[in-house]
Design a protein. Sequence first.
Length: 223
Amino acid sequence: MKTNTRAQALQAPSAHIKRLDLRPTGRRAHPSRKPRQTLEQRYHAKIKPDANGCLIWTGAKDMSGYGSFNGTMAHRVGYELRHGVKLLPHQSVMHECPHGDNKACQLHTRLGTQHENMKQAADAGLLVRFKLNPTKAQEIVRLWAQGVSHAELEKRYGVKAQSIQQVVKGESYRKHTAELREEFKEELAWFSQPKNKRGGAKPFPGRAKAPSRVQHQQLEATA
């Protein structure tokens, strides 16, 4: 007895037709999931008071030691939230913590000019041009060519090692030190290398020698 294959094919679901998925789509929020925090909530979660009454930043910091938050400096965000303003790019927020140079303090800040901000950074040894001059820059190149260490130069001129390197490499006072950097080209290149990569003898045996401790003290006395 023949069966009606055509009728059976119409009644049966086709193999190439996908079944409808009636399950709810989308990701359900877990009952324990916390709601998304606002900018202000995330900022205040990263500060805590200390014994001096300052609000100390506990989050990420940049290479200079200032708090970093939301793509900018944390104390700028804190000033905006505390005073309800929106700072312009040219406006500077300066630290004036009464407990010293506390870059992590978020409470003791004020608006200032760009010149004031740069001057404050120079006093902290972060900038070169407020503490050095062309004459001092030339002295640094000569002393560096004689083998005077970073620590000695930092102590004498009151700047950071990065500032010394900027002068030696010609990134600062380029025109004023151009002749000296050309004269002591080999010395500057040799002393700029790490000690474990300098090799054996100096490539300039007849050139200047590093001054002794007594000679260095005499240089400081005549400065």
